[in-house]
Write a protein that binds this ligand. Structure first.
Ligand code: PEP
Ligand code: MG
Length: 322
């Protein structure tokens, strides 16, 4: 690692004029913690739990899950850890569930939809999460929320699992934050109302771009249409952050955009509170944020939301960074 980046270890992620944010890391397994430690992550902003369920021939047990969650929470403690509940379907299939083949898997039986339908899978995961919550600072996040109904149902399942644990005298933390991913345009549009029911939002731009612009994120042929600089997506991001803040909750981002140097000034200026990214992007992001003024970033953000073309926004950001 370059010395210049190494010197940022232990430093705050704060703009030159004092706007402090959290820079966290995305992980897929407890083994990824080492990368977070080496790069001085301020927390885990996205633990994709689906890898626990993949490459095997049956569902992971409550005990197996508990051990993994506990390991991550304990090693990061007292830093916060956002653990996302199961997000399979779409491009990630679990052969042992014998799911029907779908015409449009990304618009299909995926993530929270599957969990609310196969409640036993969801309940097992929530039990493991609650039990592990004693070992650190847990934030539970539901993926692919598209409506208030889904969010309320997921929360109700969680409350019932808590009651079950109470009746079994099993302890869990009473200080767990509950959040959702904003990765479906409907959720961004409804974020004023959804914000009243959660402690945080985390914007999943990988899917938000795909669903907003109707561009399959896996399709190479139309890859040129998939852009971090999509003005439509930027408007939805701004709307989500503003709506979250109106209700007094924090708003993060765990899609790839959060670690992109050309996007960071815009996101900082829009008021994003937490940036979660792959570990190697953390220190470069901290360096950039420390070099920026929040007041300037706000002006940049205000300007880009008036621009109509992704290409113009990208060119403008290249100029800004120069
Ligand atoms: C996203 O959609 O931006 C996200 C972080 O989730 P995933 O990439 O796992 O779908
Ligand atoms: Mg996603």
């Amino acid at each position: 690692m370059k010395r210049e980046l190494q010197q940022l270890i232990g430093e705050e992620s704060i703009s030159d004029d004092g706007r402090k944010v959290e820079i966290a890391g995305n992980i897929g397994t407890p083994n990824d913690i080492e990368g977070l430690e080496n790069n001085d992550a301020e927390g885990v902003g996205l633990y994709r739990t689906e890898f626990l369920y993949m490459n095997r021939d049956k569902l992971p047990t409550e005990e197996e899950q508990f051990e993994s969650y506990k390991k991550v929470l304990e090693s990061m403690n007292p830093k916060p850890v956002v653990i996302r509940t199961l997000d399979v379907g779409g491009d990630k299939n679990l052969p042992y569930l014998e799911l029907e083949k779908e015409m449009n898997p990304f618009l299909g039986y995926r993530a929270i939809r599957l969990c609310l339908d196969k409640k036993e899978i969801f309940i097992t995961q929530l039990r493991a999460l609650l039990r592990a919550s004693k070992y650190g600072k847990l934030r539970i996040m539901f993926p692919m929320i598209s409506s208030l109904e889904e969010l309320l149902e997921a929360k109700e399942v969680l409350e019932n699992v808590k009651k079950d644990l109470d009746s079994e005298n099993i302890e869990y933390s009473n200080d767990i934050e509950i959040g959702i991913m904003i990765e479906i345009p409907a959720a961004a549009v409804m974020s004023d109302i959804l914000a009243k029911h959660v402690d945080f939002f985390s914007i999943g731009t990988n899917d938000l771009i795909q669903y907003t612009t109707a561009v399959d994120r896996m399709n190479e042929k139309i890859h040129h249409l998939y852009s971090f600089f999509s003005p439509a997506v930027l408007k939805l991001i701004k709307m989500t952050i503003d709506n979250g803040h109106k209700e007094g909750i924090w708003v993060g981002m765990c899609g790839e955009m959060a670690g992109d140097q050309k996007l960071i000034p815009i996101l900082l200026g829009m008021g994003l509170d937490e940036f979660s990214m792959s570990p190697i992007s953390i220190l470069p992001a901290r360096r950039l944020i420390r070099s920026l003024k929040y007041e300037d970033a706000k002006r940049i953000a205000d300007k880009v939301v008036t621009m109509g073309k992704a290409e113009d926004i990208e060119n403008y950001m290249s100029e800004v960074l120069d």
